[in-house]
Design a protein around this ligand. Structure first.
Ligand code: SAH
Length: 521
C-alpha cells in the first residue's frame, strides 16, 4: 500500500471484539507501521505484537469510569499532541470505533486541530458475541430487524436517548451494549412496553475470547440468571426469538478444549505449532519458553567444521531433532555449501517433524525408525545390518544422551558426535508463573523434551518438593514421550498424559482425549 503518508496522521482502528484473529488486514498493516499506539482495555493486548518493537505503547485504561481510566479529554489531548508532532499514531479501539466507542469525539478534536486522520472499521462486539454464542442475530423465520442500543443510560431517566417503549416491539432482535448494571430495569421496561416476558435472552461476557461465558434466560428470568452466574461487564445482552437457535448452533464454547488453560513449555522458536493446535481446539495457551536455542560457539563447532570438509568419510548422517537439522544446515550454508555436499551419505531421522524439516532442504530420509527415539534409530540401523564397520556423523545438542552413539559403537560402528546447538535457559517470568499456578488457574502443563522439564522447574524455583507439589497440585502433566516422562517422574511428579507416538499431533490428540474422554476429534 502506498497511500500511507510517512508522517503525522492518526488512525482510529477497530481492534475487533477480543479474538486477535478478527482484526482487519488494514488494521494490521497500520499497526505494523505505527510509531505510537494508544489502546484501552477492550482491545486485546496481543494485537500490540503487530506493532514495531520501538513503537511507543500508551495504555489509556478502562473505559466507563474504571479506577485507572484516563478521562476522554485527556485521550483526545494525547492524540492531538502525538499527531501534531508528526507521528503515525494508531488509536486502537475495542470492536468498531464508531459503535459506542466515542470515536467521533476523538475525530472532532483532530479536525479542530487540523490533524489528518482515517478510520478503520472493526468487528463490533454485538455481532461477534452473537456469532460466538451461536445466535444468528437475523433469521428469515424469526426476525428481519436488529437494533444496537446502549444500556448505559438508565431507562426511564428523562434524558435517556433510547426510546425503550418503541424499541420493545419495534425491533425483532435487540442487542444491548453496557447493559449489565441496568439489566433489571431494561428487562422490565421491555416487558412493560409489550414484549413477552417469555422472550429468550442471552448474556455473553468476554465474547470471542477464551474467557467467553454465556447464559440464557427469558426477559422474566435473565436478571436472576445473570446474578446467580455472577456475570459482570463487559457483556452484551441479546433479546429475541433467535436466541433459541443457540441450542443447536452453539459451537465456540463446545470446542473440546474450551475453557482449559494450558502452559506450553517449548523453545520460543518451536512453540507455535503446539500452541496453534491447542488453540484450534479452544484452549487458552500460556507460553513459557523454557529454553532458548542457539548455535554452539566457535570452539565447539570444530568437529562439525572438519566433518563438513570431508563428508566422504561418512556412510550415515543422523538427525535426532529438528533443531539439529536447522543448525546443521545453518553451518553448512555458512561454509558456502548446500545439500549436494551430503550426497555420499545416507540419512537417518528420528520423528516425522525432523524428516519433514529435511524436506525443506530437498532431502528425504533413508531411515525413519518406528520408535521416535535415539534408541529406536540405533535399533533400526543395527537390524538393517547398517552398524558394523559403518561411519556415522551425528550433529546434535551440546549436552545430550549417549544412548545412540553408545549402541552404534557397541555394534561395531564409528560415531562422530558434532555439537551444533545448545539449550540456554531463558530469564525471568518466575513471579508471573508462580502467581498463575498458585491461583489455581492452570489446568495442564505440556513438556516436549527433558530440558523443558528441568528448565521449567528451575524457572519455577520451588523451595522444596512440598512447595512444588503444592504449586502443581491441581495441574495435569502431559509429556511427549517416555524420556520426557521419566524426567518428570524423577522430580517426584506424576505424568497424566503421554501419547503412543512422540509427535505434536499425537500429544494434542492425547490431551483432547484426556480432557474430553469419548469425544472423537
Ligand atoms: N466499540 C465497541 C463497544 C464499546 S462499549 C464495539 O464496537 O464493540 C463497551 C461495551 O461493549 C461493553 O460494556 C460491552 O457491553 C461491549 N463489549 C465490548 N467487547 C465485548 C466482548 N468481548 N464481549 C462482550 N461484550 C463486549
Amino acid at each position: 500500500m502506498n497511500d500511507i503518508p510517512k508522517k503525522g496522521k492518526v488512525y482510529l482502528v477497530g481492534a475487533g471484539p477480543g479474538d486477535p484473529g478478527l482484526l482487519t488486514l488494514r488494521g494490521k498493516l497500520l499497526l505494523e507501521r505505527a510509531e505510537v499506539v494508544v489502546y484501552d482495555y477492550l482491545a486485546n493486548s496481543k494485537l500490540l505484537n503487530h506493532a514495531p518493537a520501538e513503537a511507543e505503547l500508551i495504555y489509556v485504561g478502562k473505559k466507563g469510569g474504571g479506577l485507572h481510566a484516563m478521562p476522554q479529554e485527556e485521550i483526545n489531548r494525547l492524540l492531538v499532541e502525538h499527531g501534531a508532532s508528526g507521528k503515525r499514531v494508531v488509536r486502537l479501539k475495542g470492536g468498531d470505533p464508531f459503535i459506542f466507542g466515542r470515536g467521533a469525539e476523538e475525530i472532532e478534536e483532530l479536525v479542530k486541530a487540523g490533524i489528518a486522520f482515517e478510520v478503520v472499521p472493526g468487528v463490533t462486539s454485538a455481532t461477534a458475541a452473537a456469532t460466538y454464542a451461536g445466535i444468528p442475530i437475523t433469521h428469515r423465520e424469526y426476525t428481519a430487524s436488529v437494533a444496537f442500543v446502549t444500556g448505559h443510560e438508565a431507562p426511564g431517566k428523562e434524558e435517556s436517548n433510547v426510546a425503550w417503549d418503541k424499541l420493545a416491539t419495534g425491533a425483532g432482535t435487540i442487542v444491548v451494549y453496557m447493559g449489565i448494571k441496568n439489566l433489571p430495569i431494561i428487562a422490565q421496561k421491555l416487558i412493560d412496553n409489550g414484549r413477552s416476558p417469555d422472550t429468550p435472552v442471552a448474556v455473553v461476557r468476554w465474547a470471542s475470547t477464551p474467557q467467553q461465558r454465556s447464559v440464557v434466560g427469558t426477559l422474566a428470568t435473565i436478571t436472576e440468571v445473570v446474578q446467580k452466574a455472577k456475570i459482570g461487564p463487559p457483556a452484551l445482552v441479546i433479546v429475541g426469538e433467535v436466541v433459541k437457535l443457540r441450542e443447536s448452533i452453539d459451537w465456540y464454547e463446545h470446542r473440546p478444549l474450551f475453557g482449559k488453560r494450558i502452559i506450553v513449555t517449548r523453545t520460543r522458536e518451536q512453540a507455535s505449532e503446539l500452541v496453534s493446535k491447542l488453540e484450534e481446539y479452544g484452549a487458552e495457551c500460556l507460553e513459557y519458553p523454557t529454553i532458548h536455542i542457539e548455535a554452539v560457539d566457535e570452539a565447539d563447532s570444530q568437529v562439525l567444521n572438519a566433518a563438513l570438509a570431508n563428508m566422504l568419510a561418512y556412510d550415515w548422517l543422523l538427525f535426532t531433532s529438528l533443531n539439529a537439522v536447522t543448525y546443521f544446515f545453518k553451518r553448512l550454508h555458512e561454509k558456502g555449501l548446500d545439500s549436494r555436499a551430503l550426497a555420499p551419505c545416507k540419512i537417518g531421522a528420528v520423528g516425522k517433524t525432523t524428516a519433514d524439516e529435511l524436506g525443506k532442504y530437498g532431502l528425504r530420509a533413508d531411515l525413519i525408525p518406528e520408535k521416535f527415539t535415539g534408541e529406536g534409530l540405533a535399533e533400526a540401523l543395527i537390524a538393517a545390518g547398517e552398524a558394523q564397520g559403518k561411519r556415522f556423523l551425528l550433529p546434535r545438542a551440546l549436552k545430550a544422551m549417549e544412548t545412540l552413539p553408545e549402541m552404534l559403537e557397541d555394534a561395531g560402528g564409528v560415531v562422530t558426535v558434532a555439537p551444533v546447538y545448545q539449550n540456554v535457559p531463558p530469564q525471568g517470568r518466575k513471579e508471573e508463573l508462580r502467581t498463575e499456578l498458585s491461583k489455581g488457574e492452570v489446568d495442564l502443563i505440556t513438556f516436549t523434551s527433558s530440558s523443558t522439564v528441568t528448565n521449567f522447574l528451575t524457572m519455577l524455583d520451588a523451595q522444596d518438593e512440598q512447595e512444588l507439589h503444592h504449586l502443581l497440585e491441581q495441574v495435569k502433566i502431559a509429556a511427549i514421550g517416555p524420556v520426557t516422562a521419566e524426567t518428570v517422574r524423577k522430580h517426584g511428579l506424576q505424568v497424566d498424559i503421554q501419547p503412543d507416538k512422540y509427535t505434536i499431533n499425537e500429544l494434542t490428540e492425547a490431551i483432547v482425549g484426556h480432557c474430553r474422554p469419548g469425544l472423537s476429534v
